[in-house]
Write a new protein. Structure first.
Length: 263
């Protein structure tokens, strides 16, 4: 999916190509956005701006997505874009843009702001597994590598079941905001072992990195501190160290028998 196994997680109104470029020294992927794609989600985003929240509200959101992804074409980081939409067609169009640029399309089933939930985005989508799977399937059919951003501690939502559903629909990754329930990462990895699992929330240092990777995450992502090179350096070093130790514990080819079983 990406190397190194550190991602920059989207920050509303902040995560653009320049933000990704600054953090690319330490990360293997950068999730731009979130970007509201259709009129309902854009109306909700405008309401958020009215109460002083930063949001991306370009005149043409799809052109904006294309331009931002193109701006990262020569950078050593895999681009991704987190999108919100109350309707399916713009997600399909954004997925085509991502497919053409080897970028990851991330369906936002994560935001909890009332304005977004009221129009069917964010947590509302997370609560409606069938509809979420339709979004994933449409993006995957458009040729994109699909991730889904989800949140733990949402009443009535079993993230293990969600993971199985989106994997069946064509998702290749799931980006889990674990909130204060870090062990939910283990539930997700066990429920859908073929998904690439990115763990998010309070990733700051070696301790937080090791906790998530020990629970089975394939990578971690950094949210608010993604603009702080000191935090990114600590996280990158901890990730590299964990995987180096993990690989050192695995038997090499000459330590295994013909059946691939360690001696």
């Amino acid at each position: 999916m990406f190397e190194p196994r550190v991602a920059l997680a989207s920050l509303s109104g902040e995560s653009d190509a320049e933000w990704a470029r600054v953090g690319s020294e330490f990360a293997g992927a950068a999730f731009l956005g979130g970007v509201a794609l259709d009129e309902k989600s854009r109306a909700a985003a405008r309401k958020l701006v009215e109460r002083d929240r930063e949001e991306f509200l370009p005149e043409d959101p799809l052109s904006f997505v294309a331009a931002e992804l193109d701006a990262l074409g020569d950078e050593p980081v895999r681009p991704a874009v987190n999108v919100r939409s109350a309707t399916l067609p713009p997600v399909r169009e954004a997925a085509r843009l991502c497919a053409d640029r080897d970028a990851i399309l991330e369906v936002n089933a994560h935001c909890r702001q009332a304005e977004l939930c009221a129009v069917g985005c964010g947590e509302t989508l997370l609560r409606d597994t069938d509809r979420l799977a339709e979004y994933v399937a449409a993006a995957a059919e458009a040729g994109a590598t699909v991730s889904v951003k989800v949140r733990a501690e949402v009443e009535g939502v079993d993230l293990g079941e969600t993971a199985r559903s989106v994997a069946s629909a064509g998702a290749e990754a799931i980006h889990v905001d674990a909130m204060d329930s870090e062990a939910v990462v283990r539930d997700v990895t066990e429920a859908a072992p073929d998904l690439f699992v990115v763990a998010n929330n309070e990733v700051r240092d070696g301790e937080s990195v090791r906790e998530y990777l020990d629970y089975g995450a394939d990578a971690v992502s950094v949210g608010r501190p993604s603009t702080d090179p000191r935090v990114l350096r600590r996280v990158r070093e901890a990730v590299d160290e964990w995987f180096a130790e993990s690989n050192a514990e695995r038997p090499s080819a000459d330590e295994s028998n013909a059946d691939g079983v360690a001696k």
